[in-house]
Design a protein around this ligand. Structure first.
Ligand SMILES: CC(C)(COP(=O)(O)OP(=O)(O)OC[C@H]1O[C@@H](n2cnc3c(N)ncnc32)[C@H](O)[C@@H]1OP(=O)(O)O)[C@@H](O)C(=O)NCCC(=O)NCCS
Length: 152
């Protein structure tokens, strides 16, 4: 039987952070230059959380930041058990709906050059590479590829 995928915005930041921590613990999670806690503090009013559930189990999340006409996609993760079932694409779709409703013109993200899976996923979902940041990541000094999606 086809699994039911629910994708929704979690407005309660503390709940979102606890779901995200659980999913991160169960999955190999590439470091970003930001900690999860930093999204709870500071200018966190710009930060939004999308959560996906499959058959009532937490399956994935997106963290993004929206300031004016731009969204920065901070992180996307789908639990290994649920990959390649379009959970990631459905969460991107939800973010796009938000973008259209909120007059967002561009969605930007950065990805490690070595993360071929994610690069393929982003390109399938309409993102195009626009720039390269050399030695970007604090841990490995790997390059970041910058991708953009223009919202129509
Ligand atoms: C990238 C990620 C979010 C994709 O989520 P997902 O739910 O598996 O993606 P979808 O099922 O929507 O897949 C859509 C497309 O992505 C691509 N893709 C997904 N997994 C892939 C893989 N293992 N190898 C190559 N391409 C892959 C495919 O092109 C797929 O399209 P297809 O089914 O038509 O072939 C998921 O693999 C993940 O959580 N990775 C680890 C965390 C990560 O790297 N996040 C990005 C940090 S920048």
């Amino acid at each position: 039987m086809e699994k039911k995928i629910d994708v929704f915005f979690e407005q309660d930041k503390a709940i979102a952070i606890s779901v995200i921590s659980i999913l991160q613990k169960g999955n190999e999670c590439l470091a970003t230059n930001y900690t999860l806690d930093s999204y709870l503090n500071g200018d966190n009013n710009f930060v939004k959380f999308i959560i996906a559930k499959i058959d009532e189990k937490y399956a994935g999340y997106i963290i993004f930041k929206n300031v004016d006409e731009t969204i920065d996609l901070e992180y996307i993760l789908v639990d290994e058990k649920y990959r390649n079932m379009l959970v990631g694409s459905k969460m991107i779709e939800k973010m796009l709906e938000y973008a259209v409703q909120n007059n967002v013109k561009n969605i930007m993200l950065e990805v490690r050059r070595s993360n071929k899976k994610a690069i393929c996923f982003y390109e399938k979902n309409g993102f195009q590479m626009v720039n390269i940041r050399k030695n970007y990541y604090n841990d490995t000094h790997e390059d970041a590829l910058i991708y953009n999606l223009q919202v129509k």
